[in-house]
Design a binder for this molecule. Sequence first.
Ligand SMILES: Nc1ncnc2c1ncn2[C@@H]1O[C@H](COP(=O)(O)OP(=O)(O)OP(=O)(O)O)[C@@H](O)[C@H]1O
Length: 249
Amino acid sequence: MSPAPATIEATELHISRGHTKILRGLDFTVDSGRITGLLGPSGSGKTTLMRAIVGVQRITRGAVTVMGSPAGSASLRHDVGYVTQGASVYGDLSVEANVRYFGAMHGATAADVTEAIDAVGLAPLARQKAADLSGGQFSRVSLACALVAHPKLLILDEPTVGLDPVLRAELWERFAAMAASGTTLLVSSHVMEEASHCSSLLLLREGLLLAQLTPAELAARGGSDDLERAFLTIIKAADRGEAESEVAS
Ligand SMILES: Nc1ncnc2c1ncn2[C@@H]1O[C@H](COP(=O)(O)OP(=O)(O)OP(=O)(O)O)[C@@H](O)[C@H]1O
């Protein structure tokens, strides 16, 4: 079987905001039906890259295509789901009403709504007002609102922040099941241990792509099965490389 075409393709992607260069020439592809992790220190450009893929971030130079169309194309509206860090949920509506509302924009059925709420573990709270939920529960409403549309590409900005370990593990199982049924997921995280759930990793640092590799390759290249330590080793090596090239120039 020939491999499925890439869902996302970035070519020489540059993004500046004001005078600041935030993304500095990224080239990568994200494969279909896989979980790709977007990892990097705070401020490295993860959210900016996700925004570019969704089509809400102006691109300075280069290109991003999603399923063969320029990022943000109207034809992609029903195919791309994006869950931001700031949950876009109506506090005065119940969990169910929120998910139904988002679902209605994508032709979702009542069964889709129930399934999405179940998937994030909020069935017992379906009738509760979103404003009365805990922080972790509230952010899961936002995730349910994205799941209800059954997007082909789901982009999740730090979806496990504020969740306890049990829920985090359940969500990763859910993501794996979605990928197995053909959904492409791009998931950002600070938590390196979560990298092990991904089949491919994009390592960002200061707007540059340090590497695109599998978790096993990260462990091998960073010389540790502790992925956090492996990543730090790679970052330090990149820092040394930059310092050396500055001395040489
Ligand atoms: N509107 C803006 N104008 C200028 N600079 C910005 C703007 N938004 C973000 N930045 C800068 O762009 C850089 C990348 O930010 P971005 O939010 O993409 O990083 P991130 O990797 O997602 O960080 P975090 O993990 O903390 O969310 C940061 O240095 C940030 O200060």
